[in-house]
Design a binder for this molecule. Sequence first.
Ligand code: ZN
Length: 214
Amino acid sequence: MGTPNDHAPLAERVEELLAANGPLPIVTAGDPVLRRGTEPFDGQLEPALLARFVEALRLTMHAAPGVGLAAPQVGVGLRIAVIEDPAPVPEEVRLARGRVPQPFRVLVNPSYEPVGAERVAFFEGCLSVPGYQAVVARPAEVRLTGQDEHGRALDEVFTGWPARIVQHETDHLDGVLYLDRAEPRSLSSHQAVAERWSQPTAERAARALGFELP
Ligand code: ZN
C-alpha cells in the first residue's frame, strides 16, 4: 500500500545494512525493534534487494550460529524470517525432541495456529537474548501459512523441533520474545544448561528448579 516513497526508508535501511557485507549485526533484547511487530511484506524491497536481504539473513544465521533468524533481529521491521537446522544431535535427543533436520526455508508473512491440543516443553534460546536459555511450552504441531520468497503460497504442518522453530521466528514478527512464553524459574545460563540440563527432556530441570511441565 502507499506510494513508492512510503517504502523508500525501509529499502534504504536494508541497502545500508547490506553495504557492509558479511554477517549482519544482531539486535539484542531491549531494542524496541524487537517489540514493535512488523509490516507485512508487500514489495517494499524489489526482488533483487529481497534476494540479497534473504541471503544476508541466511549468512548471519549460519555465522551466529542459529537455526532461525527474523528480520527484526537485524533491525528491519518486515514480516520475513529464515529457518534452517542441520540438527547435529544425538539419537536420544532427536527422538525426545523431534529434532529432525529442517532444510533452509524463507518465511514471508507467516502465521501459525496449533493443530490439536498437545503441548511440549523444552529449553530454547534466542540470538537476541545471548547467554541464556529457558523452558517454553508450545503446541507440538502447528499449521503455518504465508508465502515463500517468490510469493508462492505456503501452507504446511510442522511437528517436532521444526514446529518450535517456526513458532519462535513467527513470534518475533509479532514483537514477542520466547521469554514472554517461558517458565521464569527455568531461566538458565548456557553454562548451566551445558553442565546440568543437557538431558533429552526438561524433567530433571523442572524438578530441581521448581516449574511445571505440560
Ligand atoms: Zn529468537
